[in-house]
Every structure is written in structure tokens, then in C-alpha cells.
Design a protein around this ligand. Structure first.
Ligand code: BDP
Length: 606
């Protein structure tokens, strides 16, 4: 059960109870909690909502910027009728690492802040009584982890996190926590792969269970009619006249997976699944065999007060804004998002490029500027003492992400890193096992990519060879040759594009980032950098370049909305490259995009 990434559901054989709400919370700057028995109850707790990041709820700076150990604790009641079954705690995430205690006893540890984990607590809980769960969370950054950064101690003894990435180091229990009751013999995993044949679809499936009993899979259409059925742990479901899942035209079947013992139902799991194919052919992305041009955003999980905490209200608003503007795709920059975001993409018919938390693998104080990359002279990020441990953590995150997200119709590609240092010797040895692993684990063989930083060029990037399609983050006209220099930026951009043309070998290219910081308060005629007018001129220039190349098959602008970062001279209370403000209201550029994206056909450049 520990390994299961299945989204918790309640069925005839399963119970999923939310533990979200106000928990007890306490900072532990001296890391004394374990020795002092805090797992049995916090000595001086505050109240803290789960899910949420803690940072923006405080009014004092020390609490907001807190780095180190901190605890969450609550009581939960385990119903007596669950006795004889498996009881499991399921954390949507704990950022960045956690140790979980139940009734005072340590039950698990987990590294990585953006993916779920389970822990079986059957033998520790008291039935028909209250039980205590305490979670020791730690939000320090270091170089062997995803995302990367470092932690230092200030002269006042407090720890400070320095991210090597351009988003605020929000932490805590930022996703739902659930208490599950499952049968002893249970479904652990379920995997689908789709094939189309004329009007019909075939779904090859595999069920993984903890026992030997047989399995059955039933498929229901939207009206609730049973349309396909198969027995066995592996098999094929035949959908006649299949309703395919499509962009902005979603169709989800309800798959019911069962373990059966003769007539007895042992376990039952359900998932809504869209049937579609996605592949690359002749330099085109093909969704159900038809070309599709990707239009949309790099995003963040980021909103006022909640930080990176799951907020269904924000998710709903984001999809409404994305539909209004004519987008069809986004990248989960720079970490796997909460599962609820992918469920909504399945429902709304959006394409998702799913990214691991591998960000910040490039050393420089403002690493996101990366102005000196590509000269081949730096010590590579992948030739350090920390590299073997980093690679292990990276493999774990990649496997968990694929295991969690593989059945989502919305997920069309894996982004394995964002802006890594990729011009030095260690690059190939680090990249190859990860790209191979993604291919091996994903039965749908989704295309793999990574977002390539400015100045990592076709002839200097040692990582691009592993990509099924090329993803560029480019800032011509912003970090490079901005302002009046935009004229030269355009020419330099074209020159780089010609270089890429030489190495693509039929692979499509997309832009995973391009953008200009823009203050919604600033209007200026003629334009200056940071004004709304400049953002539009910058975008028009970039779109002129994209439109000149047939191999450019997608544009994901940076960023959907303004977002919080670490404070500093480069950022005005956060990154302002949003097309929407942090409150999800349009800047002028949003209307520019709406005009462009609503008029570009889905198969633009077919
Ligand atoms: C890129 C990073 C992204 C930053 C962006 C920027 O991938 O995380 O936020 O630049 O500078 O380097 O706005």
C-alpha cells in the first residue's frame, strides 16, 4: 500500500475521509521535538489550516521566512467497523520532507515536497477512539534535492533558505490529508493504454494488487451504461464507437476496477478516464491522429495567502481564464501539481506537460538569469559530490510522478528538468538514465523533454539529444537586448532558430517560456520596459519569430499569472511576467493573446 499512488476514493469496499481543517502547529528551531516527545502532543501549538503553506498567514517576518523543522498535529477518529481492514494515512504532499508519527510512534519518512505518499497504520491505531497524527516537516534546501537550493545560518542563529529557483519556498502540508480504509487484499495500481481503430478504441490495461485473486474491469459511459468489460489482471477493453477525449471537448468514461472472488467483491476502485492517443509524427503533435498546436502557459501553484496550498477556488478561476483566452495547454512548472488540477484538465479538455521538481540545477546567484551559461567553462552541476544522491531523488520523483499521473488523458508529455546546466561533461551521464526511465515506466510512451535555458545552444547543449521534442525558455527582448534593443533581439533570435533547425531531425520545437515583467500600474507611450505597452510589443516580436518557423509547434508564455518569489532587486514583490495579475485579472496582454489564440486554429501550421 505504501507504494500506491492511486487517488483516494470511496467505493463499496473503500473509505476516504478528509482530515483537512485546523491542525495544531509549532516551529521547532532547535530540532528538539523528537527528543522532547512532541509526537505525543505539541507543547505550545498555534492553529494552522491544512491544506495551506504557512508563510503568508503570519504578520511577522521571522515566521514568514521560517526555515527548519516545524510540526503539524491533529487527532483523528478511527471507526470501529474498520477493524480487520487496512488503515492508511495519505498525504497529498509535505514540503519538502516529512517524518510521520502515529500515537507517538514514527511510521514513515518521505523526501520530496510535491508528490503524495501513504503510510499503513493498521497495527498502531486504536479503533473506535481518537488517535494522534504528528508530522515533523522540514523546508530546508540543499543541492542533493529537488528543487535545489542551499540553507545558511544568519548571525541571529536563524536559518535562511536560498532557493536556486525563481519562486517562493512555500512549505507545509499544502495538499489534502486523508484517512483511508482499504480491504486487506487490495488494488495498488491500474494502468491504461489506448489504441484507435476506425470508430472503435481498444484500451489495454493492467491491474496490480496485493494478492492472487482475479480482477475485473468495467467501463461505463457518461450516461452510466456499461459499454465494455473484461476479466483478468491484464486485458483489453473494446469500446465500440468510442467517444474520444479531445481539447476543449472532453469525454470521460468511468472505469471500475474490481478484485473478485467468485461472486464476492473484494475491492473496488473507480477512476474517470479519457480515451485518446497522443504522439509525434513528422514534426507534429498528433492528438487522436490530428495535428495540434500548443497554446498556453507555464504556471505556478501560487495564490494570495495560501501560497502553494491547494485552493479549488483558484483552480476554477484559472481554468475559466484559460478558456476565455483560447489556451489549450499548460506546463506544471516547476513541480507536479495537486491531483485536483489534472482532474480538472481532464474534465475541461486541457493538455498538460507534466514537470518534475528538478529546478535550480544551475549554479549562479541569480541562476534564472543564467547569462554565463553555454561557455563550457563552468563546473557542471552534475559533477559534484551531491550528484549521485540528487540523481536518486530525481529518479524517485520521476517514477512517482509517472505512477501518479499516467492515466490522465490531459498529460501528453513529461518534462524531466527545467533549465538545468546542460553544457558540461556530466550532462549526458545524468540525463540518460532519467530519459530512459520515463520511457520504460510509461506504457503510453509519452514524449519527453526538458526546458532549455537561454544560451544553451544547439551546438553546446549536451542534453537536447535526449528530447523527443525541444522546449526552449527564451527571453530575447527582456533579459537579452531589451528596450530599444528589441530590433537586434529579433535578429539574434532568428539566428539562434536557424541553428536549431540544423539539429531538430524532424522533432517539433515549442517555447516553454518567453515573457516580460510588467507592472499592471504602468502605462507608457511610447513604451518602456515594465509597462503594459512593452509587454505587448515584446510578445508581438516573439510571435513574429515563432510564426516564421514551421517547426515551432507551440507557445507557452511565462507566466499565466504574477507569482511570489524570494525578495530581491530583480523582483517587485514577486515575478510580474503574468498575463494575469496574481488575483487573476487580465493585463492588457491578455486581450492580445485572446485575439491571437482564439483565431489560430487548433491545427495551426498543420
Ligand atoms: C526562467 C525560469 C523561471 C523564471 C523565469 C523568469 O525557468 O522559473 O521565473 O525564467 O526569469 O529562467 O521570469
Amino acid at each position: 500500500m505504501e507504494r500506491s499512488m492511486l487517488y483516494p476514493v470511496t467505493t463499496r469496499t473503500r473509505r476516504a475521509v478528509s482530515l483537512d481543517g485546523m491542525w495544531n502547529f509549532q516551529f521547532d528551531p532547535q530540532s528538539q521535538g523528537v527528543n522532547d516527545g512532541w509526537a505525543n502532543g505539541l507543547p505550545a501549538p498555534l492553529l494552522m489550516p491544512v491544506p495551506s503553506a504557512f508563510a503568508d498567514l503570519f504578520t511577522d517576518k521571522d515566521s514568514r521566512e521560517y526555515c527548519g523543522d516545524f510540526w503539524y498535529e491533529t487527532n483523528f477518529f478511527v471507526p470501529g467497523e474498520w477493524e480487520g481492514q487496512e488503515v492508511v494515512l495519505r498525504f497529498g504532499s509535505a514540503t519538502h520532507r516529512a517524518t510521520v508519527f502515529v500515537n507517538g510512534q514514527e511510521v514513515t519518512r518521505h523526501e520530496g515536497g510535491f508528490l503524495p505518499f501513504n503510510v499503513r497504520v493498521t497495527d498502531l491505531v486504536r479503533f473506535n477512539q481518537d488517535n494522534k497524527v504528528a508530522v515533523l516537516v522540514n523546508n530546508e534546501l540543499h543541492e542533493a534535492m529537488l528543487p535545489a537550493g542551499r540553507t545558511t545560518t544568519l548571525s541571529n542563529g536563524k536559518k535562511m533558505a536560498t532557493p536556486y529557483f525563481d519562486f517562493y519556498n512555500y512549505a507545509g502540508l499544502q495538499r489534502p490529508v486523508k484517512l483511508l480504509c482499504l480491504p486487506k487484499e487490495q488494488i495498488v495500481d491500474f494502468t491504461v493504454n489506448h489504441r484507435l481503430d476506425g470508430a472503435d478504441a481498444f484500451v489495454d490495461y493492467t491491474v496490480e494488487t496485493t494478492g492472487e485473486k482475479d480482477c475485473r474491469v468495467l467501463v461505463y459511459d457518461k450516461e452510466g451504461n456499461l459499454v465494455a468489460e473484461s476479466t483478468g489482471k491484464t486485458g483489453t477493453l473494446h469500446l465500440e464507437n468510442a467517444h474520444l477525449w479531445n481539447v476543449h471537448a472532453s469525454y470521460l468514461y468511468r472505469f471500475v476496477v474490481q478484485i473478485v472472488d467468485g461472486e464476492t467483491l473484494v475491492d473496488e476502485y473507480t477512476q474517470k478516464i479519457g480515451v485518446r492517443t497522443f504522439c509525434i509524427e513528422n514534426g507534429r503533435f498528433l492528438l487522436n491522429g490530428k495535428p495540434i498546436y500548443l497554446k498556453g502557459f507555464g504556471k505556478h501553484e501560487d495564490s494570495d495567502l495560501r501560497g502553494r496550498g491547494l485552493d479549488l477556488v483558484t483552480i476554477k478561476r484559472d481554468y475559466e481564464c484559460m478558456k476565455w483566452i483560447g489556451a489549450n495547454c499548460f506546463r506544471t512548472s516547476h513541480y507536479p501539481y495537486a491531483e485536483e488540477m489534472y482532474q480538472m484538465a481532464d474534465e475541461e479538455g486541457f493538455l498538460v506537460i507534466d514537470e518534475t521538481p528538478a529546478v535550480g540545477f544551475l549554479e549562479s546567484i541569480t541562476n534564472f538569469l543564467a547569462a554565463n551559461q553555454g561557455n563550457g567553462k563552468q563546473v557542471g552541476y552534475f559533477e559534484k559530490e551531491t550528484t549521485p544522491q540528487l540523481l536518486e531523488n530525481h529518479k524517485q520523483a520521476l517514477s512517482d510522478m509517472i505512477r501518479r499521473d499516467k492515466n490522465h488523458a490531459c498529460v501528453i508529455a513529461w518534462s524531466i528538468l527545467n533549465e538545468p546546466q546542460c553544457t558540461s561533461e556530466g550532462t549526458e551521464a545524468y540525463f540518460k538514465p532519467l530519459f530512459d526511465l520515463a520511457h520504460e515506466l510509461d506504457v503510453q510512451k509519452r514524449p519527453r523533454t526538458y526546458a532549455i535555458v537561454m544560451m544553451s545552444l544547439p551546438n553546446t547543449s549536451k542534453g537536447q539529444q535526449f528530447c523527443d521534442f525541444i522546449s526552449l525558455n527564451r527571453y530575447y527582448g527582456w533579459y537579452v537586448m531589451g528596450g530599444q534593443n528589441m530590433v537586434d533581439a529579433e535578429a539574434a533570435f532568428h539566428q539562434e532558430m536557424q541553428g536549431w533547425n540544423q539539429v531538430l531531425n524532424g522533432r517539433p520545437m515549442i517555447f516553454t517560456e518567453y515573457g516580460a515583467d510588467t507592472m499592471p500600474s504602468e502605462h507608457k507611450l511610447p513604451s518602456v520596459m515594465w509597462s503594459q505597452e512593452y509587454q505587448n510589443e515584446y510578445l508581438d516580436m516573439n510571435h513574429r519569430v515563432f510564426d516564421a518557423y514551421d517547426f515551432v509547434q507551440g507557445e507557452l508564455v511565462w507566466n499565466f499569472a504574477d507569482f511570489q518569489t524570494t525578495e530581491g532587486i530583480m523582483r517587485v514583490n514577486g515575478n510580474k511576467k503574468g498575463i494575469f495579475t496574481r488575483q487573476r485579472q487580465p493585463k492588457d496582454a491578455a486581450f492580445n493573446f485572446r485575439a491571437r489564440w482564439c483565431s489560430l486554429p487548433q491545427d495551426f501550421k498543420k
